[in-house]
Design a protein around this ligand. Structure first.
Ligand SMILES: NC(=O)c1ccc[n+]([C@@H]2O[C@H](COP(=O)([O-])OP(=O)(O)OC[C@H]3O[C@@H](n4cnc5c(N)ncnc54)[C@H](OP(=O)(O)O)[C@@H]3O)[C@@H](O)[C@H]2O)c1
Length: 334
């Protein structure tokens, strides 16, 4: 039998979990000690098959199905748990999914304590979390459901005493490239970074491709050294609108030369998300509006510094400029 430890990775067929799976499969400091057990609702799908061909084990599991979760975590030392709010846009459902995963991890540790099984319980549960915006804004911003729903899971994990670290991804650079930073449809208009904020906003930029670097650092440090319940702020850096435009201009001197920042009125921002390509329901557009307002005040991480989180890392993070150079939305720009 293999003496390797198991990391159960939820979302292994997706962006964050996929990055975690790749680093545990390939990194010289991890691959000899760890086996990756990816979880997918479809363990026979193409993404699952690819993971298996790369050396991972893939099991069928659904965060709505508690029995499948205990099986997925059986014998695992570490778990990376992530949910996809945007699939159903239901905060209560996302909270329940997170609690189901936490409960399953707790069950494995309880079993271990009661010696009903020889398998070791989960020693380190890593939850892809976000802050409670309602609380951090003192009740001013109550509509950022996709943050609050994850924060409720974090609170629950603390309550049940699971040995956990909270991995808190910053704003995805992929949403900026071609999303908030785009070329308006009017002819000759410059590339515009359009946000419903002033230029005092600071965006903690992150790419899910870096999730593995963060989770590697978290696992190598261990829950004891980190202290149970540690929040890790996973962002390359806080960037102002001018920083983003300067990075864009370094990547694409021609397109970036005239690029500008514009403050969009709240109603126009919401309308764009509802009527534009995203086609979001109004409540989800309001969620994203307040998400942006959060970044202006009190801040995406409620004003926390990134320094202590960066000190844990062993790998270089992707910069916005590097990301921009290979972003599909910017393909062909000079
Ligand atoms: N966009 C941003 O700026 C930003 C910032 C911070 C956090 N986030 C958060 O990031 C999350 C999405 O992460 P991502 O981009 O890594 O996701 P993703 O690439 O869309 O992948 C979602 C993964 O979750 C798995 N999954 C979905 N429902 C599941 C279920 N019921 N049971 C088991 N697995 C399930 C899917 O696996 P299968 O389909 O194979 O089952 C898939 O691997 C969202 O919750 C979002 O709020 C986004």
């Amino acid at each position: 039998m293999s003496s390797k430890k198991i990391i159960t990775v939820f979302g292994a067929t997706g962006q964050q979990g996929g990055s975690v799976a790749q680093i545990f499969l390939n990194d010289p400091k991890l691959k000899n000690d760890w086996t990756v057990r990816g979880v997918s609702r479809n363990a026979n799908g193409e993404s699952a098959k690819k993971l298996i061909s790369q050396g991972a084990e893939v099991v069928t599991g659904d965060s709505n199905d508690k029995a499948s979760l205990e099986k997925a975590m059986s014998g695992a030392t570490a778990v990376f748990a992530v949910t996809n709010y945007w699939e159903k846009m239901d905060g209560e459902l996302e909270t329940q999914q997170g609690k189901n995963m936490a409960d399953a991890a707790k069950t494995t540790t309880n079993r271990c304590m009661h010696h009903t099984t020889k398998a070791a319980g989960v020693k380190h549960f890593i939850w892809s979390s976000l802050i409670n915006v309602t609380k951090a804004s003192k009740g001013r911003l109550t509509k950022v459901q996709h943050f609050d729903s994850k924060a409720r899971v974090e609170e629950y994990i603390r309550e049940i005493g699971l040995p956990a670290t909270f991995f808190m991804p910053g704003i995805f650079m992929s949403g900026i490239a071609g999303g908030t930073l785009r070329r308006p449809s009017s002819p000759g208009a410059p590339w515009t970074l359009a946000l419903p904020t002033t230029d005092a906003v600071r965006l903690p930029v992150f790419t899910p491709a870096d999730a593995g670097k963060w989770v590697k650092a978290i696992v190598l440090a261990g829950v004891r050294e980190l202290g149970a319940g540690r929040q890790v702020y996973a962002a390359t850096g806080y960037m102002s609108p001018q920083d983003l435009l300067a990075g864009f201009a370094r990547a694409f001197p021609e397109a970036g030369r005239d690029a500008v920042f514009a403050t969009v009125p709240d109603g126009v921002f919401v309308e764009g998300l509802v009527r534009g390509g995203a086609g979001l329901p109004a409540f989800a557009a309001e969620d994203l509006l307040q998400n942006m307002q959060l970044m202006e005040s009190p801040g995406y991480y409620a004003g926390a510094s990134l320094d202590e989180s960066h000190a844990l890392l062993q790998d270089e993070l992707t910069t916005w400029e590097e990301f921009a150079k290979s972003a599909p939305a910017f393909k062909g720009l000079k």
